[in-house]
Ligand binder design. Structure first.
Ligand code: FAD
Length: 410
Protein backbone atom coordinates (compact mmCIF):
# COMPACT_ATOMS: atom_id res chain seq x y z
CA UNK A 1 0.00 0.00 0.00
CA UNK A 2 1.29 3.45 -0.94
CA UNK A 3 2.15 5.59 2.09
CA UNK A 4 1.87 9.36 1.74
CA UNK A 5 2.29 12.13 4.27
CA UNK A 6 -0.58 14.17 2.87
CA UNK A 7 -3.47 13.20 0.59
CA UNK A 8 -5.32 16.15 -0.97
CA UNK A 9 -8.75 15.41 -2.47
CA UNK A 10 -9.48 17.85 -5.32
CA UNK A 11 -6.96 19.30 -7.80
CA UNK A 12 -8.81 22.55 -8.48
CA UNK A 13 -7.25 25.91 -7.64
CA UNK A 14 -7.14 25.32 -3.88
CA UNK A 15 -5.91 21.70 -3.86
CA UNK A 16 -3.38 22.09 -6.68
CA UNK A 17 -1.94 25.26 -5.16
CA UNK A 18 -1.57 23.56 -1.76
CA UNK A 19 0.39 20.72 -3.40
CA UNK A 20 2.67 23.28 -5.13
CA UNK A 21 3.18 25.26 -1.91
CA UNK A 22 4.10 22.13 0.09
CA UNK A 23 6.48 20.70 -2.52
CA UNK A 24 10.21 20.60 -1.83
CA UNK A 25 9.84 20.19 1.93
CA UNK A 26 10.44 16.47 2.37
CA UNK A 27 6.77 15.46 2.32
CA UNK A 28 5.19 12.88 0.01
CA UNK A 29 1.94 14.20 -1.34
CA UNK A 30 -0.89 12.61 -3.36
CA UNK A 31 -3.36 14.85 -5.15
CA UNK A 32 -6.59 13.15 -6.31
CA UNK A 33 -9.14 14.42 -8.79
CA UNK A 34 -12.03 12.81 -10.61
CA UNK A 35 -11.31 14.86 -13.73
CA UNK A 36 -8.53 14.03 -16.18
CA UNK A 37 -5.48 16.29 -15.79
CA UNK A 38 -5.11 19.18 -18.21
CA UNK A 39 -1.39 18.88 -18.99
CA UNK A 40 -1.18 19.56 -22.70
CA UNK A 41 -3.99 21.96 -23.40
CA UNK A 42 -5.00 22.92 -26.90
CA UNK A 43 -3.72 26.41 -27.74
CA UNK A 44 -6.30 29.00 -26.66
CA UNK A 45 -8.45 30.35 -29.48
CA UNK A 46 -8.58 34.15 -29.59
CA UNK A 47 -12.40 34.32 -29.36
CA UNK A 48 -13.04 31.29 -27.11
CA UNK A 49 -12.91 31.85 -23.39
CA UNK A 50 -13.67 29.61 -20.42
CA UNK A 51 -17.08 30.67 -19.11
CA UNK A 52 -15.62 30.50 -15.59
CA UNK A 53 -13.17 33.25 -14.81
CA UNK A 54 -11.82 34.69 -11.56
CA UNK A 55 -10.78 38.20 -10.59
CA UNK A 56 -7.34 37.39 -9.16
CA UNK A 57 -6.06 39.84 -6.55
CA UNK A 58 -2.43 41.05 -6.29
CA UNK A 59 -2.13 38.85 -3.15
CA UNK A 60 -3.13 35.77 -5.15
CA UNK A 61 -0.73 36.78 -7.91
CA UNK A 62 2.07 36.94 -5.32
CA UNK A 63 1.15 33.41 -4.12
CA UNK A 64 1.19 32.08 -7.69
CA UNK A 65 4.54 33.82 -8.31
CA UNK A 66 6.07 32.15 -5.24
CA UNK A 67 4.96 28.78 -6.63
CA UNK A 68 6.59 29.61 -9.99
CA UNK A 69 3.31 29.20 -11.88
CA UNK A 70 2.61 32.86 -12.66
CA UNK A 71 4.91 33.00 -15.77
CA UNK A 72 3.00 30.16 -17.43
CA UNK A 73 -0.37 31.75 -16.53
CA UNK A 74 0.79 35.06 -17.96
CA UNK A 75 2.08 33.32 -21.10
CA UNK A 76 -1.39 31.84 -21.70
CA UNK A 77 -3.84 34.71 -21.22
CA UNK A 78 -4.51 37.26 -18.46
CA UNK A 79 -6.46 40.48 -18.46
CA UNK A 80 -5.31 43.26 -16.11
CA UNK A 81 -7.94 45.66 -14.77
CA UNK A 82 -7.12 49.10 -13.49
CA UNK A 83 -10.57 50.34 -12.50
CA UNK A 84 -13.90 49.24 -11.08
CA UNK A 85 -17.29 50.87 -11.55
CA UNK A 86 -20.14 49.89 -9.26
CA UNK A 87 -23.53 51.52 -9.60
CA UNK A 88 -27.13 51.42 -8.49
CA UNK A 89 -29.86 50.72 -10.99
CA UNK A 90 -32.57 52.52 -9.01
CA UNK A 91 -30.81 55.71 -8.21
CA UNK A 92 -28.03 57.88 -9.34
CA UNK A 93 -25.40 56.57 -6.96
CA UNK A 94 -22.20 54.84 -7.95
CA UNK A 95 -18.62 54.29 -6.85
CA UNK A 96 -15.54 54.35 -9.07
CA UNK A 97 -12.34 52.74 -7.90
CA UNK A 98 -9.04 53.23 -9.70
CA UNK A 99 -5.61 51.69 -9.21
CA UNK A 100 -4.16 55.21 -9.09
CA UNK A 101 -6.05 55.92 -5.87
CA UNK A 102 -4.05 53.22 -4.09
CA UNK A 103 -0.84 54.05 -5.99
CA UNK A 104 -0.84 50.63 -7.65
CA UNK A 105 -0.34 49.81 -11.34
CA UNK A 106 -3.53 47.68 -11.38
CA UNK A 107 -6.27 46.28 -9.15
CA UNK A 108 -5.96 42.68 -10.31
CA UNK A 109 -6.33 40.35 -13.30
CA UNK A 110 -9.30 38.53 -14.75
CA UNK A 111 -8.11 35.01 -15.56
CA UNK A 112 -9.95 31.99 -16.91
CA UNK A 113 -10.15 29.23 -14.28
CA UNK A 114 -8.85 26.62 -16.74
CA UNK A 115 -5.70 28.69 -17.36
CA UNK A 116 -4.86 28.74 -13.63
CA UNK A 117 -5.66 25.05 -13.06
CA UNK A 118 -3.65 23.98 -16.14
CA UNK A 119 -0.61 26.01 -15.03
CA UNK A 120 -0.78 24.49 -11.52
CA UNK A 121 -1.17 20.94 -12.84
CA UNK A 122 1.72 21.42 -15.30
CA UNK A 123 3.92 22.60 -12.42
CA UNK A 124 2.88 19.53 -10.39
CA UNK A 125 3.88 17.20 -13.25
CA UNK A 126 7.45 18.48 -12.81
CA UNK A 127 7.53 17.85 -9.03
CA UNK A 128 9.08 14.61 -7.70
CA UNK A 129 7.30 14.67 -4.35
CA UNK A 130 3.72 15.13 -5.62
CA UNK A 131 1.74 12.36 -7.39
CA UNK A 132 -1.29 13.61 -9.29
CA UNK A 133 -3.72 10.68 -9.36
CA UNK A 134 -6.40 11.57 -11.90
CA UNK A 135 -8.96 10.75 -13.00
CA UNK A 136 -9.85 8.79 -9.85
CA UNK A 137 -12.91 8.90 -7.65
CA UNK A 138 -12.35 9.44 -3.91
CA UNK A 139 -14.78 7.16 -2.09
CA UNK A 140 -14.10 7.51 1.63
CA UNK A 141 -11.61 7.03 4.44
CA UNK A 142 -11.17 5.42 7.84
CA UNK A 143 -8.67 5.66 10.68
CA UNK A 144 -6.17 2.86 11.31
CA UNK A 145 -4.43 2.58 14.69
CA UNK A 146 -0.64 2.37 14.43
CA UNK A 147 0.40 2.48 18.07
CA UNK A 148 -1.29 3.49 21.34
CA UNK A 149 -1.37 7.15 20.48
CA UNK A 150 -0.72 7.20 16.74
CA UNK A 151 -3.32 6.74 14.02
CA UNK A 152 -3.11 7.17 10.33
CA UNK A 153 -5.77 7.43 7.65
CA UNK A 154 -6.61 5.02 4.90
CA UNK A 155 -8.13 6.62 1.79
CA UNK A 156 -10.39 4.54 -0.45
CA UNK A 157 -10.36 5.17 -4.18
CA UNK A 158 -12.90 3.63 -6.58
CA UNK A 159 -11.45 0.70 -8.59
CA UNK A 160 -7.93 1.29 -7.23
CA UNK A 161 -5.80 0.32 -4.28
CA UNK A 162 -6.31 2.31 -1.08
CA UNK A 163 -3.56 4.72 0.02
CA UNK A 164 -2.40 5.76 3.50
CA UNK A 165 -1.79 9.26 4.81
CA UNK A 166 -1.00 11.13 8.00
CA UNK A 167 -3.17 14.06 6.97
CA UNK A 168 -6.15 14.33 4.63
CA UNK A 169 -7.08 17.66 3.02
CA UNK A 170 -10.53 18.32 1.56
CA UNK A 171 -10.20 20.58 -1.50
CA UNK A 172 -13.10 18.91 -3.30
CA UNK A 173 -15.24 22.02 -3.75
CA UNK A 174 -18.48 23.43 -2.35
CA UNK A 175 -20.30 20.09 -2.22
CA UNK A 176 -17.32 18.39 -0.57
CA UNK A 177 -17.94 14.69 -0.04
CA UNK A 178 -14.95 14.50 2.30
CA UNK A 179 -16.33 17.34 4.46
CA UNK A 180 -19.61 15.42 4.80
CA UNK A 181 -17.96 12.05 5.48
CA UNK A 182 -15.71 13.57 8.15
CA UNK A 183 -18.78 15.03 9.88
CA UNK A 184 -17.93 18.74 9.68
CA UNK A 185 -20.87 20.96 10.59
CA UNK A 186 -21.70 23.83 8.24
CA UNK A 187 -23.73 27.01 8.14
CA UNK A 188 -25.57 27.51 4.86
CA UNK A 189 -27.33 30.47 3.27
CA UNK A 190 -29.46 29.69 0.25
CA UNK A 191 -29.68 32.80 -1.95
CA UNK A 192 -32.47 31.46 -4.12
CA UNK A 193 -30.48 32.97 -7.00
CA UNK A 194 -28.80 31.47 -10.05
CA UNK A 195 -25.68 32.89 -11.72
CA UNK A 196 -25.94 32.97 -15.50
CA UNK A 197 -22.43 33.16 -16.98
CA UNK A 198 -21.18 33.63 -20.51
CA UNK A 199 -18.73 35.62 -22.63
CA UNK A 200 -19.91 38.54 -24.75
CA UNK A 201 -18.46 40.78 -27.42
CA UNK A 202 -19.34 44.43 -26.89
CA UNK A 203 -19.44 47.34 -29.30
CA UNK A 204 -17.29 49.61 -27.09
CA UNK A 205 -13.95 48.61 -25.50
CA UNK A 206 -14.05 47.95 -21.77
CA UNK A 207 -10.94 50.05 -21.10
CA UNK A 208 -9.67 47.53 -18.51
CA UNK A 209 -12.51 48.37 -16.14
CA UNK A 210 -14.58 45.77 -14.24
CA UNK A 211 -18.21 46.84 -13.92
CA UNK A 212 -21.01 45.78 -11.58
CA UNK A 213 -24.58 46.98 -11.64
CA UNK A 214 -26.71 46.40 -8.55
CA UNK A 215 -30.48 46.20 -8.73
CA UNK A 216 -33.39 44.57 -6.89
CA UNK A 217 -33.29 41.89 -9.58
CA UNK A 218 -29.70 40.91 -8.76
CA UNK A 219 -26.13 41.83 -9.62
CA UNK A 220 -24.75 42.00 -13.14
CA UNK A 221 -20.97 41.95 -13.57
CA UNK A 222 -19.00 42.61 -16.77
CA UNK A 223 -15.40 41.49 -16.28
CA UNK A 224 -12.87 42.66 -18.91
CA UNK A 225 -11.09 40.04 -21.02
CA UNK A 226 -8.04 40.58 -23.16
CA UNK A 227 -7.54 39.11 -26.61
CA UNK A 228 -5.68 39.86 -29.82
CA UNK A 229 -5.73 43.32 -31.37
CA UNK A 230 -7.08 42.07 -34.73
CA UNK A 231 -10.40 41.03 -33.22
CA UNK A 232 -10.72 43.88 -30.74
CA UNK A 233 -8.35 43.43 -27.80
CA UNK A 234 -10.74 45.06 -25.32
CA UNK A 235 -14.14 44.11 -26.70
CA UNK A 236 -14.76 40.87 -24.80
CA UNK A 237 -16.19 40.55 -21.30
CA UNK A 238 -17.08 37.64 -19.08
CA UNK A 239 -20.47 38.23 -17.52
CA UNK A 240 -21.96 36.94 -14.27
CA UNK A 241 -25.65 37.75 -13.93
CA UNK A 242 -27.26 36.69 -10.67
CA UNK A 243 -31.03 36.35 -10.87
CA UNK A 244 -33.94 34.66 -9.12
CA UNK A 245 -34.40 31.10 -10.46
CA UNK A 246 -37.57 31.83 -12.46
CA UNK A 247 -35.98 34.89 -14.11
CA UNK A 248 -32.73 32.97 -14.72
CA UNK A 249 -34.71 30.18 -16.41
CA UNK A 250 -36.55 32.69 -18.57
CA UNK A 251 -33.28 34.36 -19.56
CA UNK A 252 -31.69 30.99 -20.32
CA UNK A 253 -34.61 30.09 -22.60
CA UNK A 254 -34.08 33.20 -24.79
CA UNK A 255 -32.47 32.99 -28.23
CA UNK A 256 -28.92 34.41 -28.39
CA UNK A 257 -30.25 37.54 -30.07
CA UNK A 258 -33.00 38.11 -27.46
CA UNK A 259 -30.55 37.35 -24.64
CA UNK A 260 -28.11 39.95 -26.01
CA UNK A 261 -30.86 42.60 -26.07
CA UNK A 262 -32.01 41.72 -22.51
CA UNK A 263 -28.43 41.93 -21.29
CA UNK A 264 -27.85 45.24 -23.06
CA UNK A 265 -30.92 46.67 -21.36
CA UNK A 266 -29.98 45.34 -17.92
CA UNK A 267 -26.49 46.82 -18.36
CA UNK A 268 -27.91 50.18 -19.49
CA UNK A 269 -25.87 49.83 -22.73
CA UNK A 270 -22.75 51.03 -20.91
CA UNK A 271 -20.56 49.24 -23.47
CA UNK A 272 -22.91 49.81 -26.40
CA UNK A 273 -24.45 46.90 -28.29
CA UNK A 274 -23.83 43.30 -27.30
CA UNK A 275 -22.62 41.93 -30.61
CA UNK A 276 -22.13 38.27 -29.72
CA UNK A 277 -22.85 35.86 -26.84
CA UNK A 278 -21.15 32.49 -26.24
CA UNK A 279 -23.10 29.49 -24.88
CA UNK A 280 -24.50 30.23 -21.41
CA UNK A 281 -24.01 28.25 -18.20
CA UNK A 282 -25.92 28.61 -14.98
CA UNK A 283 -24.88 27.88 -11.37
CA UNK A 284 -27.10 27.81 -8.26
CA UNK A 285 -25.82 30.27 -5.66
CA UNK A 286 -25.50 29.52 -2.05
CA UNK A 287 -23.00 30.27 0.63
CA UNK A 288 -21.63 27.48 2.83
CA UNK A 289 -19.23 27.97 5.70
CA UNK A 290 -17.83 25.11 7.78
CA UNK A 291 -17.97 25.83 11.52
CA UNK A 292 -14.49 24.31 11.89
CA UNK A 293 -11.80 23.72 9.29
CA UNK A 294 -9.93 21.03 11.24
CA UNK A 295 -11.10 17.75 12.73
CA UNK A 296 -9.20 14.53 13.56
CA UNK A 297 -6.45 14.97 10.95
CA UNK A 298 -8.83 16.17 8.25
CA UNK A 299 -8.46 19.80 7.08
CA UNK A 300 -10.77 21.83 4.83
CA UNK A 301 -9.53 24.43 2.33
CA UNK A 302 -11.05 26.46 -0.52
CA UNK A 303 -14.70 26.02 -1.40
CA UNK A 304 -14.83 22.87 0.76
CA UNK A 305 -14.41 25.22 3.75
CA UNK A 306 -16.38 28.19 2.39
CA UNK A 307 -18.23 28.77 -0.85
CA UNK A 308 -19.03 32.42 -1.16
CA UNK A 309 -21.38 34.46 -3.37
CA UNK A 310 -19.54 35.25 -6.66
CA UNK A 311 -20.47 38.93 -6.41
CA UNK A 312 -17.47 39.21 -4.07
CA UNK A 313 -15.19 37.82 -6.80
CA UNK A 314 -13.24 36.29 -3.91
CA UNK A 315 -13.84 32.51 -3.78
CA UNK A 316 -10.70 31.51 -5.66
CA UNK A 317 -8.66 34.18 -3.86
CA UNK A 318 -9.73 32.96 -0.42
CA UNK A 319 -8.87 29.38 -1.45
CA UNK A 320 -5.37 30.39 -2.58
CA UNK A 321 -4.80 32.19 0.73
CA UNK A 322 -6.00 29.07 2.65
CA UNK A 323 -3.52 26.91 0.73
CA UNK A 324 -0.70 29.40 1.31
CA UNK A 325 -1.34 29.65 5.07
CA UNK A 326 -1.85 25.90 5.65
CA UNK A 327 1.40 25.12 3.80
CA UNK A 328 3.25 27.83 5.76
CA UNK A 329 2.07 26.41 9.14
CA UNK A 330 2.99 22.83 8.20
CA UNK A 331 6.44 23.81 6.85
CA UNK A 332 7.18 26.01 9.89
CA UNK A 333 6.25 23.16 12.29
CA UNK A 334 8.49 20.71 10.40
CA UNK A 335 11.41 23.14 10.47
CA UNK A 336 11.02 23.46 14.26
CA UNK A 337 11.02 19.65 14.54
CA UNK A 338 7.41 19.58 15.77
CA UNK A 339 4.77 17.04 14.77
CA UNK A 340 3.39 18.95 11.75
CA UNK A 341 0.02 17.13 11.60
CA UNK A 342 -0.97 17.59 15.25
CA UNK A 343 -4.09 19.58 16.13
CA UNK A 344 -2.17 22.61 17.44
CA UNK A 345 -0.46 23.23 14.10
CA UNK A 346 -3.63 22.72 12.09
CA UNK A 347 -5.68 24.94 14.41
CA UNK A 348 -3.15 27.74 13.83
CA UNK A 349 -4.14 27.56 10.15
CA UNK A 350 -7.83 27.70 11.11
CA UNK A 351 -7.23 30.68 13.40
CA UNK A 352 -5.41 32.62 10.69
CA UNK A 353 -7.98 31.99 7.95
CA UNK A 354 -11.42 31.68 9.51
CA UNK A 355 -11.82 35.32 10.58
CA UNK A 356 -10.94 36.69 7.12
CA UNK A 357 -13.21 34.19 5.32
CA UNK A 358 -16.06 34.84 7.74
CA UNK A 359 -15.74 38.63 7.40
CA UNK A 360 -15.96 38.32 3.61
CA UNK A 361 -19.02 36.08 3.86
CA UNK A 362 -20.72 38.40 6.33
CA UNK A 363 -20.12 41.33 3.97
CA UNK A 364 -21.76 39.39 1.12
CA UNK A 365 -24.72 38.54 3.33
CA UNK A 366 -25.07 42.23 4.20
CA UNK A 367 -25.04 43.17 0.51
CA UNK A 368 -27.67 40.56 -0.28
CA UNK A 369 -29.97 41.91 2.43
CA UNK A 370 -29.51 45.47 1.23
CA UNK A 371 -30.70 44.47 -2.23
CA UNK A 372 -33.41 41.99 -1.31
CA UNK A 373 -36.79 43.69 -1.84
CA UNK A 374 -36.03 46.57 0.47
CA UNK A 375 -38.57 49.28 1.30
CA UNK A 376 -38.03 52.82 0.03
CA UNK A 377 -36.19 54.29 3.08
CA UNK A 378 -33.58 51.55 2.91
CA UNK A 379 -33.13 52.08 -0.82
CA UNK A 380 -32.58 55.76 -0.16
CA UNK A 381 -30.06 54.91 2.56
CA UNK A 382 -28.18 52.52 0.31
CA UNK A 383 -28.09 55.14 -2.45
CA UNK A 384 -26.87 57.82 -0.10
CA UNK A 385 -24.32 55.40 1.39
CA UNK A 386 -22.87 54.63 -2.02
CA UNK A 387 -22.52 58.30 -2.85
CA UNK A 388 -20.93 58.99 0.54
CA UNK A 389 -18.34 56.23 0.03
CA UNK A 390 -17.52 57.55 -3.44
CA UNK A 391 -16.79 60.95 -1.91
CA UNK A 392 -14.62 59.56 0.91
CA UNK A 393 -11.11 58.71 -0.38
CA UNK A 394 -9.98 57.12 2.91
CA UNK A 395 -12.88 54.65 2.98
CA UNK A 396 -12.43 53.88 -0.70
CA UNK A 397 -8.74 53.19 -0.20
CA UNK A 398 -9.54 50.90 2.74
CA UNK A 399 -12.11 48.95 0.66
CA UNK A 400 -9.67 48.61 -2.24
CA UNK A 401 -6.79 47.47 -0.04
CA UNK A 402 -9.11 44.85 1.57
CA UNK A 403 -10.21 43.68 -1.89
CA UNK A 404 -6.56 43.41 -2.99
CA UNK A 405 -5.94 41.32 0.19
CA UNK A 406 -2.24 42.18 0.40
CA UNK A 407 -2.25 42.45 4.18
CA UNK A 408 -3.42 38.83 4.48
CA UNK A 409 -0.15 37.67 2.97
CA UNK A 410 3.07 37.37 4.98
C1 FAD B 1 -20.36 32.20 -11.40
C2 FAD B 1 -19.14 32.21 -10.54
C3 FAD B 1 -18.21 33.26 -10.65
C4 FAD B 1 -17.07 33.30 -9.83
N1 FAD B 1 -16.20 34.37 -9.92
C5 FAD B 1 -15.11 34.41 -9.10
C6 FAD B 1 -14.17 35.53 -9.15
O1 FAD B 1 -14.30 36.48 -9.90
N2 FAD B 1 -13.10 35.52 -8.29
C7 FAD B 1 -12.90 34.49 -7.42
O2 FAD B 1 -11.92 34.54 -6.66
N3 FAD B 1 -13.76 33.44 -7.37
C8 FAD B 1 -14.86 33.36 -8.17
N4 FAD B 1 -15.71 32.32 -8.09
C9 FAD B 1 -15.44 31.23 -7.13
C10 FAD B 1 -14.36 30.29 -7.62
O3 FAD B 1 -14.65 29.80 -8.91
C11 FAD B 1 -14.28 29.11 -6.62
O4 FAD B 1 -14.15 29.64 -5.32
C12 FAD B 1 -13.05 28.24 -6.90
O5 FAD B 1 -13.09 27.71 -8.21
C13 FAD B 1 -13.03 27.08 -5.90
O6 FAD B 1 -11.85 26.33 -6.06
P1 FAD B 1 -11.66 24.98 -5.25
O7 FAD B 1 -10.35 24.43 -5.74
O8 FAD B 1 -11.85 25.20 -3.79
O9 FAD B 1 -12.88 24.03 -5.70
P2 FAD B 1 -13.26 23.48 -7.15
O10 FAD B 1 -12.82 24.39 -8.23
O11 FAD B 1 -14.71 23.12 -7.08
O12 FAD B 1 -12.39 22.14 -7.29
C14 FAD B 1 -12.74 20.94 -6.64
C15 FAD B 1 -12.09 19.79 -7.39
O13 FAD B 1 -12.36 18.57 -6.67
C16 FAD B 1 -12.74 17.55 -7.59
N5 FAD B 1 -13.59 16.57 -6.87
C17 FAD B 1 -14.79 16.80 -6.31
N6 FAD B 1 -15.27 15.67 -5.74
C18 FAD B 1 -14.31 14.71 -5.94
C19 FAD B 1 -14.21 13.32 -5.60
N7 FAD B 1 -15.17 12.67 -4.90
N8 FAD B 1 -13.10 12.62 -5.99
C20 FAD B 1 -12.10 13.24 -6.68
N9 FAD B 1 -12.16 14.56 -7.02
C21 FAD B 1 -13.24 15.29 -6.66
C22 FAD B 1 -13.47 18.30 -8.71
O14 FAD B 1 -13.45 17.60 -9.92
C23 FAD B 1 -12.65 19.61 -8.79
O15 FAD B 1 -11.57 19.50 -9.72
C24 FAD B 1 -16.85 32.25 -8.89
C25 FAD B 1 -17.77 31.17 -8.80
C26 FAD B 1 -18.91 31.17 -9.60
C27 FAD B 1 -19.89 30.03 -9.45
Amino acid sequence: MQQYDIVIVGAGMAGASLACALAGNGLRIALLDNRAPQMDPEPLKATEFDARVSAITPASQAILERMSVWPSIRAQRISPYTGMEVWEADGTAGINFTAEEVHAPLLGHIIENRVIVQALQQRIAALDDVDLLAPVQFEGFHYIPQSDCERSLQVRIKDAEAINAKLLVAADGGRSQLRRLAGFRTREWDYAHQAVVTTVRTEKPHGQVARQRFSDEGVLAFLPLQTTAEIGAENYCSIVWSLRPERAEAVQALSDEAFARALEQAFESRLGRIEHCSPRLSFPLHQVHARDYVKDRVVLIGDAAHSIHPLAGQGANLGLLDAHVLAAEIIAARRKGRCWYEGRVLRAYQRRRKGHNLAMMAAMEGFRRLYDDQPLPLRWLRNTGMRAVDGAPMIKQYIMREAMALEHLD
